[in-house]
Design a protein around this ligand. Structure first.
Ligand code: ATP
Ligand code: RBF
Length: 316
């Protein structure tokens, strides 16, 4: 897949089959649209093109709220590539871009830049100054500009919006099963390995303490989870803990992962964590020994879950 950040440098697409959207999470609902895109492109010998906006239009509209994105831009690009998309075009959603009038958006942006063979567009797609343009205008001008228009039905868009909301709610409630089902791959995030207080190794369970690398990305709720970590191309099994370490009467939330069959120093490195399954909540144990016994059981549970996921190579 090619990723284009500059509208001036776009190649001449061959029979471009184009869709436009934020595709946050690239979840099962979005995947239906991507499948339609691939199918149309296959039948016309064309290339699939996804147009997305960055920063997210929501940052322009509502400045205060945290974004809680399901995917950062690079993560989204990785997923789109895994779904067989040929080109991702990232359009800076600037005030200037938002201010062009609707007919200009069609003629100068869509037609001139992409020469689309087919446009797959939501019935509610709005564009141009004051969001004056919509599906009807694209329909009126389709013969003049020679593109074919395919409408994404209302129910499909509705179910995508419902899924996005459900995934966000589930993740914040640590309900990984619901989130992963709707995502169609295990939820993942990236973390920088930072120093902790060197306690983990004293109980036989060293943990890489993680600092989130993205401030815009949604945070998973507290709990203990079976997980995988991707480190320098290797996938390692592990168990993830998100919580305030009640046993130690700590107050700040820690994100830490114990990796199985692993003994390397990885401070200052970034790892990707795929969260497979929720195991339990954070508990206060009467001693570090009692915690250690629980970690032993968590490891057994995690190993069982990991082996059932072995054949499952979802995500990227
Ligand atoms: N199996 C493993 N799982 C996780 N990290 C490991 C593992 N083996 C070695 N390490 C390394 O050891 C570090 C963790 O060691 P340890 O838990 O003792 O100290 P720490 O970083 O101070 O964390 P903590 O706050 O958990 O005590 C990790 O950051 C990593 O670099
Ligand atoms: C899989 C896993 C589960 C954990 N569960 C708990 C817990 O239930 N309560 C707690 O106080 N700390 C928990 N911790 C954090 C633990 O206190 C910490 O890793 C060590 O004290 C070292 O800092 C957990 C850590 C891991 C890796």
């Amino acid at each position: 897949m090619q990723v284009h950040y500059n509208l001036e440098g776009l190649p001449r697409f061959r029979n471009a089959v184009v869709t436009i959207g934020t595709f946050d999470g690239v979840h099962t609902g979005h995947q239906q649209i991507l499948a339609a895109l691939r199918q149309e492109a296959a039948s016309t010998g064309g290339e699939t093109v996804v147009i997305t906006f960055d920063p997210h239009p929501r940052t322009i509209v509502q400045t205060d709220a945290s974004l809680e994105l399901l995917t950062t831009l690079p993560e989204k690009a990785g997923l789109l590539e895994a779904h067989g998309i040929d080109h991702l075009v990232v359009v800076p959603f600037t005030p200037d871009f938002a201010a062009q009038d609707a007919e200009q958006y069609i003629s100068d942006f869509l037609v001139r830049r992409f020469q689309p063979h087919t446009l797959i567009i939501g019935y509610d797609h709005r564009f141009g100054k004051g969001r004056a343009g919509g599906y009807e205008l694209l329909e009126q001008l389709q013969h003049q500009y020679g593109y074919r228009l395919i409408e994404i039905p209302r129910q499909v868009l509705h179910s995508i919006a419902i899924s996005s909301t459900k995934i966000r709610t589930a993740l914040k409630q640590s309900d990984v099963a619901t989130a992963n089902e709707l995502l169609g791959y295990p939820f993942f995030f990236e973390g920088l390995v930072i120093p902790g207080d060197k306690l983990g190794r004293t109980i036989g369970y060293p943990t890489a303490n993680l600092q989130y690398t993205s401030s815009d990305k949604i945070r998973l709720g507290e709990g203990v989870f079976a997980a995988r970590a991707i480190h320098e191309g290797r996938t390692l099994g592990g168990m993830l803990s998100i919580g305030k370490r009640p046993t130690l009467n700590d107050v700040v939330e820690r994100v830490e992962i114990n990796l199985f069959d692993f003994q390397e120093e990885i401070y200052d490195q970034v790892i990707r964590v795929e969260v497979l399954s929720y195991l339990r909540g954070q508990e206060k144990y009467s001693s570090l020994d009692a915690l250690k016994e629980q970690l032993h059981r968590d490891k057994e549970d995690s190993l069982r879950i990991l082996s059932s996921w072995k054949e499952h190579k979802m995500g990227v």
